[in-house]
Design a protein around this ligand. Sequence first.
Ligand SMILES: C[S@@+](CC[C@H](N)C(=O)[O-])C[C@H]1O[C@@H](n2cnc3c(N)ncnc32)[C@H](O)[C@@H]1O
Length: 209
Amino acid sequence: MATNYDAARLAGARSTGWRSALSVSTREFLNRPDLVGSAFPASRYLVDALLDPVDWSTARVVVEFGPGTGPLTRAMLRRMPADSRLVTLDVSPHFTRHLRRTIDDPRLLAITTSAASVRATLAKHELGSADLIVTGIPFSTMSPDEGAKVLDASAQVLHPNGELLAYQMRTAIAPLLAPRFDEVERSYVWRNIPPCHLYWARRPFKPAL
Ligand SMILES: C[S@@+](CC[C@H](N)C(=O)[O-])C[C@H]1O[C@@H](n2cnc3c(N)ncnc32)[C@H](O)[C@@H]1O
């Protein structure tokens, strides 16, 4: 049985060089600092701190908002089962192209669109509900209305036992998570540029449409 999919081979097979990732990331940050938040890809300390507490063996559909150059994307693919799907949504076509070029894995569906369209995107690809959503999009530079829209859509598409994982430079997401999830656990990771707040929001309350 292919547990965790010969995933090291597939997810990392054409893993991008650190320099190429940094160059795409820096260019995009200089173009749209408000949307990108940081020129530095997430550190392995942040990646492990955020992903390790989650049981990936039962994940079937995972969604990532704002994958950027894909450090979390690759790490998730290494943890996910063979028959799962990972859908990444990024507003930057440059990041989407970078992922498609550097990750050779049939489980990955990299799309250029806003996180707010997650419901329509999953429906279009007949993927049903999501087990996990992982987000690095900067809620601190979005209007509260925009942030609420993204999190309402997230709660709507998540499985009742689903979980939303977030890493954020600031805490603007916290008051948006509290009314939408039954439980929110928090932590902080110093070994990242910049250090980040981590959130695990469990059991979504479904908003009325
Ligand atoms: C902090 S960066 C993510 C960096 C990435 N995780 C990494 O470590 O390289 C934020 C990302 O969110 C994307 N983004 C910002 N707003 C978005 C939105 N509303 N929907 C989807 N992606 C968004 C940006 O294009 C950028 O790729």
